[in-house]
Design a protein around this ligand. Structure first.
Ligand SMILES: [Zn+2]
Length: 467
């Protein structure tokens, strides 16, 4: 017998964290993610673990995105000393993600404390530091896909390619008790079948209990090729208008997809004379990790590339400029037109994109292109929902730039793909939907019932089940 308690990404899309407890496994966290949206410092200061971190025996991490991994430094700070079991590429990406996230938090905290001091309010202590990042990275235990890794006294864990970002995995945990075997499958985040760089998510067939993500449980995406045509057209029109393009970048995955597609347009002679700027130290670092793994990536398009182009995305797109430092970032402000600026963060909750918005979002010649899901409560969502005015840095800005969303570049499976992936399990397992907003989960539950006669549960935060 084992118990699973849903602690995050339950009827929401961030803060992925589920606790598995049983005599065979010990206490294991599936993911240890951070909630996103709102004021970052406040959110981090307020986030509490509803358990004692020192009592956790291991973390099994599906992939490196912060909404799945971001609270690892805090877990460590509060006493967690066990292994973080993940794939090797996840461990590599995690180093970049956690250093960036904690660095950003500490800088924001410093700013908040300057303000608090001025207003005579008490100063906040950091709830974790860079030392915790260093320590928790040492606890990382990276493995290959399909390798069976012992977990606790009588269980094992195995990762399968989820095709979502580099290193992303579907987690399969096999529990053994009294000569009986039970299999828990946690989908992590599932990728799209037609992604340029990633493999298709692995189809599995056996599970007794299935936790499946439902981010896009209510809709399908455009195909990736249609999306590239859409991108080409938006770029052409913005070029003709004499504008610039701002792309809030998800540093891991979407940015590399985008660089790849821009490279393809360039080689096909379909890209005007744009200067492309990657204005995010983290996205630059992640792109270098992707470059190291590029030969092993196996998306439909990349297989056809020559070895020279496969060696690096930077070589593949010769008009690419990397802006690591703030000077290089600020120099982009002087460009009047013809710049494609890819800058973090993906949901505009922080990072350099807000500085570029400040320079350009009020000008109708410019275009903002969103490339992925915008969670409720983020500036990105406000803009996608059509706000005419936004507030940044304590000032009001009018939104006159054209706003577009490239749905087909999503790193997530759409409804049809999610349903097909679930249908692969025979006999149908007990199934629960996680990682989705309520409307999307309801639509997916409805479809699973109608198409597959599968009755699923949608756990709320704090719910437990025994299996
Ligand atoms: Zn993810």
């Amino acid at each position: 017998m084992a118990t699973i308690t849903f602690l995050g990404a339950a009827q929401e899309v961030t803060g992925s964290c589920h606790m598995l407890e049983g005599p065979g496994t010990g206490r294991v966290l599936l993911d240890c993610g951070m909630h996103q949206g709102g004021d970052a410092v406040e959110r981090i200061q307020d986030e509490q673990f509803p358990f004692d971190p020192a009592s956790i025996d291991a973390v099994v991490l599906s992939h490196a995105h912060l909404d799945h991994s971001g609270l690892l430094p805090r877990l460590r700070h509060e006493g967690f000393s066990g292994p973080v079991i993940c794939t090797r590429a996840t461990a590599e990406l995690l180093e970049i993600m956690l250093n960036d996230s904690v660095g950003l938090y500490l800088r924001d905290l410093e700013r908040t404390n300057v303000r608090n001091a001025r207003q005579g309010r008490p100063l906040l202590d950091p709830i974790y530091t860079m030392d915790d990042v260093e320590a928790v990275l040492k606890q990382c235990d990276g493995h290959r896909y399909r390798e069976s890794v012992p977990l606790g006294e009588s269980a094992s864990v195995c990762f399968y390619d989820a095709g979502h970002i580099l290193g992303s995995s579907i987690v399969e945990i096999t529990l053994r008790e009294h000569n009986e075997e039970k299999v828990l499958v946690f989908s992590g985040d599932l990728g799209k079948a037609d992604s340029a760089l990633m493999n298709e998510p692995t189809s599995l067939t056996r599970a007794d209990l299935l936790l499946v993500e439902s981010t896009y449980g209510d809709r399908d995406h455009r195909g990736e090729q249609d999306t590239v045509v859409q991108l080409r057209d938006i770029l052409r029109e913005t070029w003709q208008a004499g504008g610039n393009v701002m792309i809030p970048a998800f540093a891991v995955g979407r940015t590399q997809d985008l660089l790849f597609h821009l490279g393809c347009l360039h080689h096909d002679g379909e890209l005007d004379n744009w200067q492309v700027f990657l204005d995010s130290p983290m996205a630059i670092a992640v792109t270098r990790v992707y470059d190291r793994w590029l030969k092993l990536l196996d998306g439909d398009d990349i297989r056809h590339l020559s070895d020279a182009h496969k060696s690096s995305l930077e070589n593949f797109l010769p008009t690419l400029n990397l802006a690591s430092g703030t000077d290089e970032s600020m120099a982009i402000n002087r460009i009047k037109s013809g710049a494609i600026i890819i800058a973090g963060s993906g949901m505009c909750t922080g990072g350099r994109i807000r500085h570029h918005f400040k320079q350009r979002i009020w000008d109708r010649r410019n275009t903002v292109i969103f490339t992925g899901y915008q969670a409720q409560g983020t500036l990105g969502r406000v803009i996608v929902d059509g706000a005419k005015n936004i507030k940044m840095f304590g000032e009001d800005y009018v939104v006159k730039a054209r706003v577009e969303t490239l749905g087909g570049l999503s790193a997530h499976a759409g409804q049809r793909e999610l349903l097909a992936w679930v249908a692969g399990f025979q006999p149908p397992p007990r199934t629960l939907l996680v990682h989705g907003e309520a409307s999307s989960q309801d639509a997916m539950a409805d479809k699973l019932w109608k198409d597959q006669s599968l009755k699923v549960k949608i756990p709320a935060r704090g719910d437990s089940i025994v299996f």
